[in-house]
Ligand binder design. Structure first.
Ligand SMILES: Cc1cc2nc3c(=O)[nH]c(=O)nc-3n(C[C@H](O)[C@H](O)[C@H](O)COP(=O)(O)O)c2cc1C
Length: 368
């Protein structure tokens, strides 16, 4: 499966450009990052290592994506995309698009739920515990209108008391590790984020994932990593920093600037599912991985879903994958015209007759 050559990369490599500090060139020793990552994090009574996890992503973090990421390894935990707490107690894992897993991944799989009612969230958490997941994650961060209109996701951050009720009710209902993922809030107020972090900890959360953007922002403006430090300073439970981790140097910088316990990586792990192995184990693939990874992904999608959903999920993945390349928008245009999985495979083969030029930072115009 791994066609990228596995070599240990010990020589410092050169890094060009940085979104936060302007244009510069510096050397980064990859062992410095893996030193941070290869630490152990205690979450309730369990431990995880490396200190890097896949962020929850609806429509992207499904069973096929997680299977592909698992082939490379190098992560501490994987998170499902958000599942409706209302629906979850009745979901059938054999047919559900989102509440579906491989038994092998349960020891490091956390299921994320969204909802607005404490009791409903607690019942969903009990099902998650019963199925044997590592933990349950509560969504206090999604700012999509359809979710906020139901009073769920980031909408809850307008009602701190309800946030406490939800966390403490779920805490009483289950023993597995309880995670909370949240954002800065609805205003650019650092103190509010730190206060909410303390509130979540007091209500019984075992770990936090913090995405330092205000809710109306979605992903348009850069996240303010300094707020991760405020959140980290406010609590004693582990904090995973999230937002715009694209290259190894970003991971190192987030650890150094925020003192967070671990990293939570979203979109870039879709673009490069081997990223966890590369950052934590210094797995150094060659460029053939840009062909072998999507090829395996097509196969995995077809293994888990019918042609309709495989193609739908593949098209959702394509912008992130194409963001790897210098002229990725052209590749995206060609490949997203595919009408079947077979055609998508043929188009991938055609694109790779000449290896497209790879960029070290993704083309953010293609990242959604
Ligand atoms: C397509 C997509 C779906 C997402 N779905 C969820 C979700 O279900 N739950 C959640 O907490 N965050 C969700 N997020 C937010 C990510 O977990 C993460 O906070 C965000 O992408 C920033 O991290 P990144 O810069 O590493 O991608 C989603 C993001 C994307 C791009």
């Amino acid at each position: 499966m791994r066609s990228g050559a596995l070599t240990l990369c010990s020589a410092p490599y050169t890094v060009f450009g940085d979104r936060m500090t302007g244009r510069f060139q510096r050397k980064m020793n990859p062992q410095k990052l893996s030193g941070f990552l290869n630490r152990t994090i205690q979450i309730k009574t369990r431990t995880i290592s490396p200190a890097i996890v896949l962020a929850p992503m609806a429509g992207l973090g499904h069973i096929a994506t997680r299977h592909l990421i698992s082939k490379y390894g190098g992560f501490g935990l994987l998170f499902t995309g958000m599942c409706s707490a209302n629906a979850l107690p009745h979901e059938n894992r054999d047919v559900s698009l989102v509440f579906r897993w491989r038994n092998e991944e349960l020891p490091h799989l956390v299921c994320q739920i969204f909802g607005s009612e404490p009791d409903v969230m607690a019942r969903a958490a009990q099902r998650i515990e019963k199925e044997g997941f590592f933990g349950v994650d509560l969504n206090f961060g999604c700012s999509v209108a359809a979710i906020c209109k139901k009073g769920a996701g980031a909408a809850l951050l307008k009602d701190p008391l309800r946030c406490s009720q939800i966390v403490s009710t779920v805490r009483q209902a289950v023993d597995i590790p309880l995670f909370v993922k949240f954002r800065t809030g609805w205003e650019d107020n650092r103190q509010y984020a730190a206060d909410m972090a303390r509130r979540f900890e007091d209500a019984g959360a075992d770990a936090l994932t913090f995405h330092p953007r205000v809710a109306p922002d979605r992903r348009s403006r850069s996240p303010k990593w300094e707020v991760i430090k405020d959140v980290q300073d406010a609590v004693d439970i582990p904090v995973f920093g999230n937002g715009n981790l694209f290259e190894a140097q970003d991971g190192l910088r987030m650890f150094e600037q925020t003192k967070c316990n671990g990293l939570s990586v979203g979109r870039m792990a879709i673009a490069r599912p081997w990223l966890f192995a590369q950052w934590s184990n210094q797995f150094q693939p060659d460029d053939s991985i840009f062909y072998s990874a999507p090829k395996s992904y097509l196969e995995l999608l077809s293994e888990y879903y019918n042609d309709f959903f495989s193609l739908k999920f593949f098209k959702k993945y394509l912008p992130y994958y194409c963001a790897n390349f210098k002229f990725g928008h052209e590749i995206l245009k060609k490949m997203s015209a595919s009408k079947s999985m077979e055609e998508a495979g043929d188009k991938l083969n055609a694109v790779f007759e000449n290896l497209p030029q790879v960029s070290s930072r993704p083309n953010l115009h293609l990242f959604l």
